[in-house]
Design a protein around this ligand. Sequence first.
Ligand SMILES: [Fe+2]
Length: 379
Amino acid sequence: MNFVPIDQLKEGMKLDRDVYLYDYKTCKVAMLRSGQILTSAYIQKLSELQVLGAYIHSDEKQGTQRLPQPPSPIKRELKEEAISNLENVFDMFDKNAQNINISHINQTLNISKKLVTALKHNKNIELSIANLKIYDDYTYNHSLGVSILAIAIGLSMGLKTKELYDLGLCALLHDIGKMSIPIEIIAKPEKLTPEEYEVVKQHPYKGAEFFLKHKLANKTVCAGILTHHEKYDGSGYPNGLRGEQIPLFGRIIAVADVYDALTSVRPYRKPSSPTEVLEYIMGGSGTAFDVHIVEAFLKKVSPYPVGSCVKLSNGEIAIVVGQNDCHPLRPLVRLLSAPDQVLDLYYGRENLSLVIENACNIATDDLESPEEEDDPVIE
Ligand SMILES: [Fe+2]
């Protein structure tokens, strides 16, 4: 199964998940069921309703078309190039600089440039990150995930292209110092002892020192590597910097790092849902994280994209029909029980007591279906 963005959906593709739609003409919620073969009319309707894309069945044996490569930010070739390059660069660090090869670092910068180019047109970074997690190797996968998120934040903040290239490079390399930590500590499923934690806390310094000493990256990139675990309120490490004392790249990577780390599987815990992690980051805005960077981040992630189905705290089921900038947990929805009204969960004061409990599926018996009626979705 792959998420295919709306502009790459093709006739003949088979849905692998239900897609919920609100029909403005009939005021009914309709659905395209999992297993439905897409027609050009369905694709056009999805586009009109601003659905970002759909999960498509990828088993060719079952008669579906060959899928296009995943969307641009997560192109397989670029992922493979990045992972292979990071292996080389991290290996270089591991060998304690006996084999410094500047071409590896140049290639990392080149990958950062490609990521920036690809991300400039990406509407929902969350989808890219979810698809990235197919890689088993946490460190390289995490480095790439953090880089994508960091570039997305940088784009949202209006950074210049050259700054974005450096930011992507910095994020790809931010954890290279972990190569100096014994694997028994990195992969330990239990809580670390205070002594072990002190060893872990060395990794920003070790990474930055490596690049500075061998003149492999500029000072801005090295400063970002050094400060990616500092916290806005001064409670981070290694130097307990606070506020604007923390370089911009350090503040950006701090947010991207936490988001990607908490949504990933680790030896010591299950992944948290994107919603839980967003709440965690919003809760830390102004204390652990820079408020402006959290705002920029929230503009780029959306755990409830248009067309998804959610359960509200009052028990009602609703379809997401629009987003509120900076408030991804409080979109615009239509209730199944009153689909002629839009509830704005952020700006509608009467709705402030309502929260989204979770994404859900609708009992299919409650819905119109293209298979059962003439065609409730397509006029
Ligand atoms: Fe780190």
